[in-house]
Design a protein around this ligand. Structure first.
Ligand code: NAP
Length: 304
């Protein structure tokens, strides 16, 4: 099969190559990939100890093509979303991916597979971030990098819960942020943006979510004393003024929140914004676009 691969553990070049289709073990299902989501991590997020060429990609939606002898409860033909983070047999940028069934979720009726392919990674990061923030109605939240894939979901879900949201993005995305439910949009390139947030929330916001690398330290400036800062980027950020700083933990069981998010996207209550859908042959163009860090919402590649 033709798939996008890394050929080496250190060389981050990604290329289209002919590779064998994955064999399906007894405890695995084979997914015929219809579409896959694109993220900045796709080029470099390769598990340790795998053999090369290694098919890249962490998320997709498709149809179950085969089930291993020991697999029950999922049928050939089922429409599913899949995450392949750390999968030793390779990722989703391929016609076929073999995974353990715990990595798949059935796609609800009414949700198309292109939209479903955009949800797993950004959706998981959004629900884990919100779980870690633990905010109540009426509290204030600042989101740094709010018009990207994670921010687009976080702003909407927080606003639905009655949280008052401010977010940063380029000016061209400010109307977009307001359309998602943000009360205030600021330009991270404008040196007065922290003052604008402080004017909106006089004592500082109750919490901030720093999504983009480089944003935790400046975001700290708009958090109130004893507030909360959660980082998604993983940048280290020393605390000050009693602010609780943490990286979201990847430990919480957020499966119920994730199911709610998928249901809300499927009914249209929450928008899974996809800036552009690329054909399979243009997947590297999609990767280069997401690496600019200026995609609005999510990018998806379709094999159809
Ligand atoms: N920890 C995890 O499990 C996990 C999971 C998924 C992702 N991540 C991390 O999350 C980040 C990607 O998130 P994403 O997919 O939502 O991002 P994205 O699509 O890369 O987000 C782009 C957003 O960032 C904004 N932006 C660009 N440069 C900025 C800057 N200097 N300051 C503030 N905002 C800036 C863009 O605004 P404009 O376009 O309007 O300028 C846009 O809102 C990556 O760092 C990735 O490693 C972590």
């Amino acid at each position: 099969m033709q798939a996008y691969v890394r050929t080496d553990a250190t060389d981050q070049n990604v290329e289209l190559a002919e590779v064998p289709a994955p064999a399906v073990d007894a405890d695995e299902v084979l997914i015929a990939v219809h579409a896959f989501g694109v993220g900045v991590h796709d080029r470099y997020f390769i598990p340790q100890g795998v053999s090369f060429p290694y098919v890249i990609g962490l998320e997709a939606a498709g149809v179950v093509a085969e089930t291993g002898a020991g697999v029950t409860g999922i049928d050939v033909g089922a429409r599913v979303m899949v995450t392949s983070v750390g999968n030793p047999k390779g990722g989703t940028w391929a016609p076929l991916v073999a995974v353990n069934p715990r990595r798949i979720t059935v796609v609800p009726d009414g949700l198309d597979l292109v939209t479903a392919a955009a949800i797993p990674i950004a959706g998981d990061a959004a629900v884990e971030s919100l779980h870690t923030l633990g905010m109540r109605s009426g509290q204030t939240l600042f989101v740094a990098g709010a018009s990207g894939a994670i921010g687009t979901l976080v702003v909407q879900v927080a606003a639905q819960r009655g949280v008052r949201v401010a977010g940063s993005a380029s000016p061209a995305n400010h109307d977009y942020l307001r359309s998602l439910g943000a009360e205030l949009a600021v330009d991270y390139g404008d040196p007065t943006w922290t003052g604008q947030v402080r004017a909106w929330a006089a004592d500082g916001v109750d919490a901030a979510l720093a999504i983009q690398p480089g944003t935790p330290a400046p975001s700290l400036q708009v958090v109130r004393d004893d507030g909360h800062l959660v980082t998604v980027s993983g940048d280290p950020c020393p605390s000050e003024r009693g602010i609780h700083v943490e990286q979201f933990p990847h430990r919480a069981d957020t499966s119920s929140d994730m199911a709610d998010l998928v249901a809300d996207i499927s009914t249209g209550r929450t928008r899974m914004v996809i800036e552009h859908v690329y054909p399979f042959q243009q997947a590297l163009t999609a990767l280069e676009k997401v690496e600019t860090r200026h995609a609005r919402g999510k990018l998806v590649v379709t094999r159809a």
